[in-house]
Write a protein that binds this ligand. Structure first.
Ligand code: ADP
Length: 414
């Protein structure tokens, strides 16, 4: 930490195909969040917007943005106006959220070798990695000589043992085509277990947890001694839970059968499984708030979708309790659903006393809207925690750690 200037800043970027999210952190000397926001509709120069908030203010501006480089320049102009006129000099490192990092197991300096690897990973994550690489190219152009660090959604799950990450298919597909389970949302799961450990007064290395990141995309991770030992997502973020628009687990024969009987192409099937399935496919809505309301109004499909979502989560909690030999310190809820819906948390934890899970109804109802807390009943063997996830802070922290490590090495060598 001492090797970085205290006035310095870390910029976190999360690039999508037509968006660029950003958040600035100051070293004060801990990391303090400043202005953050996003540019959307990149490429649509008539309708692109910059939306941002921070330091008690909110902004929405129409900005004509043709590509990610223009978006990056626009963000820097905005930050030099609203945050500090010398922002270009103050940013000491840029942390990039990159979805697929293949077998990279921790945050990494984005040098030529790593960038080449990420291009290879783009075949496995065609929707996710190319935008991250575009964001990186834009940042490298705007911040010449500033360290760029990649933080990968897959990295936290690299500790999974082969028995959890291998698929039961011919081994050559693993060795020659890298087909295996990678897992996603790793930055969030890492943050959740570290925060849960500190809430329990333990170190992450002493903590076993089942972390439930339940949002539009959802995943659950089994964490043993602070490390991921299994997670619900696989080669892509399609495996596992029933999600907003993704199917989650199913017999692999189902898509094969549909493709041959309906004459669907691989691309069409991919779109159906990723964008038209899950809660949306079953009941026509992917937002659980609407589904809960529709169930209350008597919609049977909404009731079914809700039951399927909750049942799949409960099934994985049971599976992961077994993976952890029953020794689970904390069951952690996070993300849009996990942080906000006391109804869903209540349904997931209903009648689970025999599994060691029991919640206090009043605490459950009160812990919503960004609150962090312990909602367990006194007799619960597992502590049931609600932890608002903060992936940007985790990316900033990992970026800072990586840059500090590199700078210390250089200082020692000199
Ligand atoms: P993403 O995966 O897109 O990052 P989020 O973590 O932001 O998703 O979660 C968004 C989802 O959270 C919404 O689709 C909605 O289903 C759910 N959600 C948010 N608030 C509530 C609530 N009060 N009750 C139930 N579900 C909620």
């Amino acid at each position: 930490m001492g090797v970085l200037q205290q006035a310095g800043k870390i910029l976190v970027l999360n690039a999508g195909s037509s968006s660029l999210k950003f958040k600035l952190f100051s070293l004060a000397p801990g990391l303090v969040a400043g202005v953050g926001g996003m540019i959307d509709r990149i490429g649509d120069t008539v309708n692109s917007n910059l939306v941002a908030k921070g330091n008690g203010n909110k902004w929405t501006e129409k900005v004509p943005i043709k590509d990610h480089v223009a978006a990056m320049e626009c963000i820097m102009g905005f930050l030099s106006d609203k945050e500090s006129s010398s922002i270009h000099k103050e940013v000491q490192a840029v942390g990039h959220r990159i979805v697929h990092g293949l077998d990279i197991h921790q945050a990494a300096l984005l040098d030529d070798n790593v960038i080449q690897k990420l291009h290879q990973a783009a075949t496995l994550a065609p929707l996710h990695n190319p935008p991250g690489l575009q964001g990186l190219a834009a940042a490298m152009k705007v911040f010449q000589g500033v360290p760029q660090v990649g933080v990968f959604d897959t990295a936290f799950h690299q500790s999974m043992p082969p028995k959890a990450f291998m698929y039961g298919i011919p081994y050559d597909y693993y060795t020659q085509h890298k087909i295996r389970r990678y897992g996603f949302h790793g930055t969030s799961h890492k943050y959740l277990v570290e925060t849960a450990a500190s809430m329990l007064g333990k170190r992450p290395q002493q903590t076993n947890a089942i972390t439930c990141h339940l949002g539009n995309g959802s995943s659950i991770t089994a964490v043993k001694n602070g490390l991921s030992v299994d997670t619900t997502m696989g080669l892509t973020p399609l495996e596992g839970l029933v999600m907003g628009t993704r199917s989650g687990d199913m017999d692999p024969a189902v898509p094969l059968h549909l493709m041959s009987t309906l004459g669907l192409s691989a691309k069409e099937m991919d779109t159906i499984l990723n964008k038209k399935s899950g809660l949306l496919g079953v009941c026509g809505h992917n937002d659980l708030r609407a589904i809960i309301d529709n169930k209350a109004a008597g919609d049977e499909r909404a009731a079914l979708a809700l039951d399927m979502f909750v049942y799949r989560v409960r099934k994985y909690i049971g599976a992961y309790a077994a993976a952890l030999s029953g020794r689970v310190d904390a069951l952690v809820f996070s993300a849009g659903i996990g942080e906000n819906s006391s109804i869903i948390r209540g349904l997931i934890c209903e009648d689970m006393q025999a599994m060691g899970v029991s919640i206090n109804d009043a605490k459950n109802k009160a812990t919503v809207g960004g609150a962090q807390g312990d909602i367990s009943a006194p007799d619960s063997r597992m502590r049931v925690l609600v932890v608002p996830t903060d992936e940007e802070l985790s990316i900033a922290q990992q970026t800072l750690d990586m840059v500090s490590k590199v700078k210390s090495k250089v200082a020692v060598a000199a």
